[in-house]
Design a protein around this ligand. Structure first.
Ligand SMILES: Cc1cc2nc3c(=O)[nH]c(=O)nc-3n(C[C@H](O)[C@H](O)[C@H](O)COP(=O)(O)OP(=O)(O)OC[C@H]3O[C@@H](n4cnc5c(N)ncnc54)[C@H](O)[C@@H]3O)c2cc1C
Length: 397
């Protein structure tokens, strides 16, 4: 696969760079360096700048502001934003619920929710997992009983990222407990987090941060107009998310930045007359990880290109998820090894120079990213999906 940029792609790359030079404020640069620490207000301001340019919703359908960018254009855009250390944009709002509302929302829902997503007026969280229903999501129990023009929602969600800052949740609920298949009795509700009866309780993670929560619903009255897709059709709506997740799922651009950080840390770590980067064994391991990342990048471009031709495989997203998350974890571990005792420094500590910058960021990120092989569907489950699909195709099993 030829990854050399064409003249048109080079000109697009220049347009992105010019935009970032002009619009990306100095104080916004680097705020997302540590995964999941971006302040919602900065995220909203950056999203507003992108929206004004028309680039925030580039991946949405054309009728809703999409630009029909090629996979390479998406890649260039992400790469340039990453190099400029631009803030993250809200994956749940722009990457997940926005496209879902474009695909399944009524005209009234599109008119109400989409502008609020674009302006950042609403921050969304994803209410799928429950205690006992993670990998086996179809077993979820949070109940929504129809009463007049409302659903009465009772139950519990868990691991809900950003529920403590979100104004709305896209939530899977059980509307038909008697359905023949568990998947058939599920609906998706768009829930206002300010409704009476909702309680959000923090769960703190090993990186010392507050990313996610438990969310309790005690007879919460949700208007029927907040149903997305048909009643009992929530499983199909949720499955459609998979189609939006292919681009960027392997996190190649951020992982490239991480690899550069590890090289920078090693270059600052003295060894004999040189640095750790001159150590043959270390250099060999770093190079092997770099080669794996190059291969992953090409594979990701192939997957995106095949998806555009509607020739993708149903397990492509799973392969990208497994390869991307495990490679990133390996690079984190090499970075921690390079830091040695300095890996115990925390970003706010008075740490030695090369541990307080990229080093301390790497440690916090590495701790959080242990979850990278769990969230978005655990890697064991992704392996099952790949295996089942291949066995079906090759052995008819
Ligand atoms: C940082 C983070 C953020 C998250 N954010 C959200 C969020 O915003 N919204 C949300 O809804 N959820 C969120 N989740 C939840 C996430 O989707 C679940 O943790 C994930 O789906 C796994 O479910 P579980 O935790 O219940 O583990 P379980 O399903 O109980 O799995 C436990 C272990 O058993 C393995 N296992 C289970 N079944 C099988 C099987 N059939 N074959 C082989 N192995 C199996 C799993 O791979 C895993 O290793 C988040 C999780 C994390 C860690």
């Amino acid at each position: 696969m030829d990854l050399t940029l064409t003249a048109a792609e080079l000109s697009f790359q220049k347009a992105v760079r010019d935009f970032l030079d002009a619009e990306l404020k100095q104080e916004w640069r680097g705020v997302s360096d540590i995964d999941n620490r971006t302040q919602p207000e900065i995220m909203a301001q950056w999203q507003a700048a992108l929206a004004a340019k028309g680039w925030l919703t580039a991946a949405w359908p054309a009728a809703n502001g999409g630009l029909g960018w090629s996979p390479m254009q998406h890649h260039i855009f992400k790469e340039e934003c990453s190099k400029a250390r631009a803030p993250k944009i809200s994956a749940m709002s722009i990457g997940m619920i926005g496209p879902l509302i474009c695909a399944f929302g009524t005209p009234a829902q599109q008119e109400f929710y989409l502008p609020r997503i674009i302006s950042g007026a609403d921050i969304w969280c994803q209410g799928f997992s429950e205690p006992g229903s993670g990998s086996d999501l179809a077993s979820l129990k949070t109940a929504a009983r129809r009463e007049g023009d409302s659903y009465i929602v009772s139950g519990q969600k868990i691991w809900t990222t950003y529920a403590h800052v979100a104004s709305r949740m896209f939530c899977l609920v059980r509307t038909d407990p008697a359905a023949a298949r568990p998947q058939a009795g599920i609906s998706m509700l768009l829930i206002d987090m300010a409704l009476p009866g909702i309680t959000v309780r923090p769960i703190h993670t090993i990186d010392g941060e507050h990313h996610f929560n438990e969310v309790f619903f005690d007879a919460v009255r949700v208007p029927v107009r907040c149903l997305l897709g048909g009643e009992h059709q929530g499983w199909d709506v949720a499955r459609a998310l998979l189609a939006f997740e292919r681009s960027g799922i392997a996190d190649v651009v951020a992982t490239r930045q991480l690899l550069n950080d590890v090289a920078q840390i090693a270059a600052a770590e003295p060894r004999g007359n040189g640095s750790l980067l001159d150590d043959d064994d270390f250099a060999d391991r770093l190079t092997k990880l770099e080669i794996a990342l190059d291969s992953l990048e090409i594979f990701e471009m192939r997957v995106m290109e095949a998806a555009e031709r509607k020739a993708g495989k149903d397990y492509d997203a799973s392969l990208l998820k497994i390869l991307g998350s495990e490679l990133k974890q390996k690079i984190h571990m090499l970075g921690i090894e390079a830091l040695g005792p300095l890996a115990s420094a925390w970003p706010d500590d008075d740490a030695p120079a090369h541990a307080s910058g990229a080093g301390a960021k790497l440690v916090v990120d590495a701790l959080f990213y242990r979850a990278g092989s769990i969230y978005g569907g655990a890697n064991e489950i992704q392996r099952n999906i790949v295996a089942k699909s291949l066995l079906k195709a090759t052995a008819g099993i």
